[in-house]
Ligand binder design. Structure first.
Ligand SMILES: CC(C)(COP(=O)(O)OP(=O)(O)OC[C@H]1O[C@@H](n2cnc3c(N)ncnc32)[C@H](O)[C@@H]1OP(=O)(O)O)[C@@H](O)C(=O)NCCC(=O)NCCS
Length: 185
């Protein structure tokens, strides 16, 4: 990916590189227990938020960016309300991950952001397959995946340990040809 690919503008959002000034906005949602509930991080301490921003800044500086963590900025409010990630996994595949400030849930924001990233992944980067996974209890997360037209490929039993508990995980994916024909009847 190149500098020309960013920022990505959607109807209500700007997906862009993070900057150090975004600390307050990121820390606001990263300290929210509801946001962190199914994540392998958080609620964050100030140091943890500083560390994650430093990691994103370092990734942005890489010549070949294999992991792309983007800030989700609310275009009208000029506020960072979440983040979305596309990570290259080899073989022209990538996985998708996201989190959003809870005050903005259920308004279609993550579907809007993720749709733009899938379009970038398939359209611009020529990926073959994009997948995402979540805790089986995370209805909101797989709701986004299903709204995007991703298929549930299966459920992995107790595959990873998150916050001291072995979690069951739904795996979803979409192939390039499925994405291209998603509006066809
Ligand atoms: C998961 C998350 C990103 C969803 O973001 P969002 O912007 O609220 O999602 P959308 O509004 O685009 O919802 C898309 C669909 O998912 C489903 N959905 C979303 N949130 C839901 C919820 N809390 N309960 C039930 N269904 C939900 C709905 O079907 C919804 O479509 P609809 O509103 O037209 O019915 C957000 O809840 C979040 O950040 N959670 C905490 C972090 C997290 O769990 N990230 C994913 C880790 S795998």
């Amino acid at each position: 990916m190149t500098k020309q690919d960013f920022p990505i503008r959607t109807r209500r959002l700007i997906l862009r590189d993070i900057c150090a000034d975004d600390y307050d906005d990121v820390h606001e949602y990263a300290t929210d227990e509801a946001v962190a509930r199914f994540m392998d991080w958080g609620p964050n301490t100030p140091e943890q938020t500083r560390d994650v921003i430093a990691r994103w800044l370092a990734q942005q500086a890489e010549i070949v960016r294999l992991t792309m963590n983007l800030a989700i900025e609310h275009a009208d409010q000029g506020k960072v309300i979440g983040s979305i990630r596309l990570s290259y996994q080899g073989g022209r595949t990538a996985d998708l991950g996201y989190s959003l400030h809870s005050a903005y849930w259920r308004q279609g924001y993550m579907t809007e952001a993720a749709e733009a990233l899938l379009e970038l992944g398939f359209g611009t980067f020529g990926l073959r397959r994009i997948w995402a996974s979540c805790d089986v209890r995370n209805v909101g997360s797989y709701g986004v995946m299903e709204k995007l037209g991703m298929r549930r490929e299966g459920t992995l039993r107790e595959d990873i340990e998150v916050k001291g508990r072995w979690r069951d995980t739904h795996l979803y994916a979409v192939l390039a040809q499925e994405w291209a024909s998603r509006w066809a009847i």
